[in-house]
Design a protein. Structure first.
Length: 88
């Protein structure tokens, strides 16, 4: 995207996921597709729609080769439960 669009996404806190190293550092080596600013996921301004490039739904079964995607889904469930005051 153009610089103005990237600045707007940053300003509106619409970048919700970035590719990082296992220890959490943003680094080009962790970015499998060369996306701008290591962006892996963004949301709309209302923050109720998220688009992801990594496709975590494809990594939720050991039989399919990985369960790494479960981390994202479990984290979302726990966060929503905390907001609602319920135990996940």
């Amino acid at each position: 995207c153009e610089e103005a669009t990237l600045a707007e996404l940053e300003r509106n806190r619409q970048i919700v996921f970035r590719y990082t190293t296992p220890d959490g550092r943003e680094d080009a080596s962790a970015n499998p597709n060369g996306s701008l600013a290591n962006i892996a996921g963004i949301c709309n301004r209302e923050r109720n729609v998220v688009g992801l490039m990594p496709h975590p739904e494809r990594a939720v079964e050991a039989a399919l080769g990985s369960e790494d995607g479960l981390v994202i889904f479990r984290s979302l469930i726990e966060s929503l439960a905390r907001r609602a005051g319920v135990s996940a």
